[in-house]
Design a protein around this ligand. Sequence first.
Ligand code: ADP
Ligand code: MG
Length: 450
Amino acid sequence: NEILKYLKEEYDISDVSFDTWLLPLEVYALEQPGNIVKIIVPDANFLGYIKKKYSTMLMVSIAEVTGIKCDSVQFLVEEDIVPEPAATNQLIQNNTNTVSLATLQNANLNPKYTFDTFVVGANNNLAHAASLAVAESPGEIYNPLFIYGGVGLGKTHLMHSIANFILKNNPKAKILYVTSEKFTNELIDAIRNKNNISTTEFREKYRNNDVLLIDDIQFIIGKESTQEEFFHTFNALHEAKKQIIISSDKPPKEIETLEERLRSRFEWGLTVDIQSPDYETRMAILRKKEEMEGYNIDNEVIKYIATNIKSNIRELEGALTKIVALSKLEKNREIDIELAEKALKDIIAPGDKQEVTPEFIIQIVADHFNLTPLDIMSAKRSKEIVYPRQIVMYLCRTMTETGLQNIGKALGGRDHTTILHGIKTISADLEKNPSLQNTIDILKKKISPQ
Ligand code: ADP
Ligand code: MG
């Protein structure tokens, strides 16, 4: 522990790097002659990385702290030996770089999504470790990093964590996070010379980066011109040893309409997955959210949520929010199991297959545009809300059998003429605006994946 503490301070290692790579290490033996220190690494996947990154730091720290001149360190994998369990330790606060809001906005980053707020469990530890390695050494080891997994399991959170980490260590780093939808829409606009961006500017914007993060790549699939452009963007960045990070709902080999040359490039680096969280991880995530939001919720209620909501983490968060909201609504009623049952009766145990209903469409569209379902249903008339609301009307009309009257009802009691007007507006825009077409295609896939 003293060696590690020395190393952490001497080399100014961040808490998360320390906890992930160094804390789990254990000295196994000191071999003489030769003063070789043998160290156990619990996760075989990252032995190579730890060796490359930390060997020298460890040798220096061992010599400084123990006075024994250490000629080399050797790393062993836990499977080879049966070690004692690693001690869990508390952290030392440091790393005081602050990143300006403007920098975050330019990169499209959410400051809340960091490694500190990401709970590591059996379902995501590989993805977490790989992301951290890339954040520490962008462009140097795993390029591209390809993260895949189902909806709401933390892919976007991890990508932002990487970007935020890099910016904190190097505020001058050029970082750009985009969804593949945005990439596609900007390309479409550039080709049509809309919104004052030319294709040259488009290329510059995407190629002039140290780190490019493309979220939900599955949505450029099947769009030839976008794949072509992304292929060139990828090559330019990769050749310049710039880091590329990609997320998707599936691994490259299972994405059917992905061009072969892109597929093989995606597999050049490291591919990691995120699975659904197990019970322990669900509990840990709920406790973390509780702490972050300053809620005070009975342990029984937390257990109740973790037992009943298994599919994804967004729903887990949603459940917590619903319970707290209901408690507030009922004059700060005490949060107990009874209240939790009432708040969650719609989420817990619905049928296995998600039916496409106006309510479901509202939820997906709201999420997509960073709004809440209540915004969509409200009387608010700002452009940021009116347009998504009209998209809801259009999607309800084309994807469900619901009549105008009932669409109006689902949208907070709107008149059927309003609904008709909304549908017409979107239909007309679709004819002249291919990037809207792209957005609608993506929303349809989100609503009905098959
Ligand atoms: P995805 O991009 O895979 O659909 P997100 O990254 O958007 O999922 O995650 C959905 C929500 O769950 C976000 O609010 C995110 O902060 C939260 N979340 C996901 N994984 C974790 C985790 N391991 N620890 C804490 N919060 C998480
Ligand atoms: Mg996401």
